[in-house]
Design a protein around this ligand. Structure first.
Ligand SMILES: CCCC(=O)SCCNC(=O)CCNC(=O)[C@H](O)C(C)(C)COP(=O)(O)OP(=O)(O)OC[C@H]1O[C@@H](n2cnc3c(N)ncnc32)[C@H](O)[C@@H]1OP(=O)(O)O
Length: 309
């Protein structure tokens, strides 16, 4: 009963609105002081809820591993982890040699969303809105990184954890794993940008079914509706079996082979095509093209007279 999305839809935006949107996009974030939002004020409040960490491992391969690490709470996001994630995204934005990033949960489960203890303590609507704006900013910057990103989903990705998976370019699901937007059961809707991104990924009708029914999306359904890009193999021979992370790294490396400036340029042209109006995307593509034309990788390819057989 789910729609299989096979083409994107486009809509027109007025020039004034588009200009404002582009200005905001150039900083990567959605909200700033012009929206009455203070990043530092909410950071201070979030830091009152400690526990867990977000761990970043940058590897020589150009692929980083970002781990949501709070196993005693099924990798739920404490306030401190929200702040930590923002800091790690800043580090990834500044990683010159980076090409890709894998987002995973510690201890073979992805993430169970917001830490419910922090949610209870911040249940007034002002704090909730500020937390929502903070996480939208961070997850939007994660999706806009000039790196190809993959969510490696093992175990459960629930609530905010499901939203986090949509802030990556791709999702790989282990068999037995589940992505579930449980928000309705909590009397909520997604607030970390997950609904907007879900509509882009699976279309509005499938998104309505997933949110309205709080549907448990397993790997089969995930692939069917285009939410998941692949299923991790289970090899019963433990000696030969690759871990989920190893499989995700080899899957991602198909797309990250080559010099970092070229891979970053690939991500940037796709990002502008995804987010901008056609004429703005074309102008942005021209600028990005200009950044690689005549560059070292381009000159080397020309000198080697390579054939693409
Ligand atoms: C805009 C953001 C919206 C949101 O993200 S709202 C939060 C949505 N997430 C949830 O409601 C998840 C609730 N948790 C669950 O459904 C289950 O715990 C879950 C993840 C399926 C795992 O089930 P089980 O394997 O049976 O394990 P369990 O229930 O005994 O959990 C182990 C320990 O983890 C804790 N935990 C799990 N999810 C949590 C959360 N989100 N916040 C805070 N603590 C959480 C759980 O309380 C338990 O702790 P303890 O061992 O009882 O001390």
């Amino acid at each position: 009963t789910f729609l299989v999305k096979n083409k994107s839809s486009y809509h027109e935006i007025s020039p004034g609105r588009e200009k404002k949107r582009l200005q905001r996009q150039s900083s990567g974030s959605v909200y700033s002081s012009i929206h009455g939002f203070s990043q530092e004020e909410i950071k201070e409040k979030l830091l009152a809820f400690p526990g867990g960490s977000i761990d970043l491992l940058k590897q020589d391969s150009g692929i980083a591993v970002l781990t949501i690490n709070n196993p005693p709470r099924m990798n739920a996001f404490s306030g401190a982890m929200m702040v930590d994630l923002e800091e790690k995204v800043t580090q990834l934005e500044n990683w010159t040699d980076g090409k890709g990033v894998i987002v995973q949960g510690a201890a073979q489960t992805f993430c169970s969303g917001s830490d419910l203890n922090a949610v209870r303590a911040m249940s007034n609507s002002q704090d909730g809105m500020k937390m929502c704006m903070f996480m939208q900013n961070t997850l939007t910057r994660l999706l806009r990184l000039p790196l190809i990103s993959v969510a490696l989903v093992e175990g459960n990705a629930l609530g905010g954890g499901a939203e986090l998976t949509t802030a990556c370019d791709f999702r790989l699901m282990a068999s037995g794993s589940v992505i579930q937007f449980v928000h309705k059961h909590m009397g909520l809707v997604p607030g970390w940008g997950g609904a907007a991104r879900l509509v882009t990924l699976v279309g509005s009708r499938n998104a309505l079914k997933l949110l309205g029914g709080a549907v448990k999306v397993d790997s089969e359904l995930g692939v069917h509706i285009g939410l998941a890009d692949g299923v991790l193999k289970v090899d019963l021979d433990a000696a030969r079996a690759e871990t989920g992370l190893q499989q995700a790294e080899s899957w991602l490396s198909q797309y990250t082979k080559g010099p970092a400036p070229v891979i970053k340029a690939v991500k940037k042209v796709v990002l502008s095509g995804r987010e901008l109006s056609l004429s703005d995307a074309l102008r942005t593509e021209k600028d990005i093209f200009g950044s690689v034309w005549g560059g070292p990788a381009n000159l080397q390819a020309l000198a080697s007279k390579s054939k693409h057989k």
